[in-house]
Design a protein around this ligand. Structure first.
Ligand code: MN
Length: 284
């Protein structure tokens, strides 16, 4: 029998705003150095009030990592300098590799109703930080749903769960080899997931109540798991909905300046100079 991963740290989400004033809650990334290699940031946005999201994220740059946006409710439109356009709807994912540079906008395509979802930042290894930018739209229908033996289901966005592979899969595709599950459990249901040994992992509870190896994870908080063994979790009386993330750590220095994440200060200065001089997105 495998060891069970324990909850070693809870990172509460804090209210903040980003873009042109979108209100959100940030757990990973809410303070300098508060990340879980290679996961740099996790934002949850959730509001029924258009004033909280209408301003959106007008054109802005990224360099050196990947942004993964997962929508639960609402519509966002992505446009970038490479000419990609994508309408991100409920249940859909946008997987964007900023690489050496992308300039994009993420704007709400609704003036009322609920906007709800997540944006996760995953770091790139030093040797891939300056690769060409790439963008992938993954509509809800391309994300497999696995029924769970104890009731409920898991949506497999990235990586492999049992025999099911998500649309983003494998170290051949991404060197961090991420697992990204959205797990829905009915009241009292148990959930187990094997996680690769040594991969960093966390769970983010966004609805209901959940315990991990017998310890409660607060709502809207990221629970960092110990390094080895499988995840054993159980939903409370109201059921649980949570994200489960795991990935191979990079163990490289992280130097971040806003939307630029590199390995050294010099590389950040280069990113700022490239952006200022209009060389940001050009091939090396
Ligand atoms: Mn962005």
């Amino acid at each position: 029998m495998n060891a069970s991963r324990t909850l070693v740290r809870v990172i509460e989400s804090l209210p903040t705003s980003d873009g042109a004033g979108v209100k959100l809650r940030r757990s990973l990334g809410s303070q300098r150095g508060l990340y879980l290699d290679p996961f740099l940031m996790l934002d949850e946005f959730y509001s029924d009030d258009p004033d909280d999201y209408l301003a959106g994220f007008p054109p802005h740059p990224h360099r050196g990592f990947e942004t993964v946006t997962y929508m639960l409710d609402g519509h966002l439109r992505h446009e970038d300098h490479l000419g990609h356009r994508g309408d991100l709807g409920p249940g859909g994912v946008q997987w964007m590799t900023a690489g050496r540079g992308i300039i994009h906008s993420e704007m709400p395509q609704q003036t009322q109703g609920r906007m709800r979802g997540f944006q996760l930042w995953i770091n790139l290894p030093a040797r891939e930080k300056m690769k060409p930018a790439a963008y992938r739209d993954i509509p809800a229908g391309q994300i497999p749903t696995v029924p769970l033996p104890g009731g409920g289901e898991a949506r497999v966005i990235a990586g492999r769960f049992g025999e099911t592979r998500g649309p983003v899969n494998g170290r051949g595709e991404l060197s961090t080899d991420p697992l990204y599950l959205d797990v829905h459990l009915p009241a009292g249901a148990a959930f187990e997931a094997p996680l690769p040994s040594g991969y960093n992992a966390f769970a983010y509870l966004y609805e209901g109540s959940l315990s991990i190896d017998g310890k409660a994870l607060p709502l809207r908080a990221a629970g960092v798991l110990s390094a080895d063994g499988e995840l054993r979790a159980r939903a409370g009386e109201t059921g649980a909905r949570f994200l489960l993330l795991a990935a191979r750590p990079l163990r490289e220095p992280v130097v971040q300046y806003g939307p630029f994440v590199m390995n050294t200060r010099e590389e950040i200065e280069q990113a700022l100079a490239d952006y200022r001089d209009g060389r940001f997105t050009q091939a090396a």
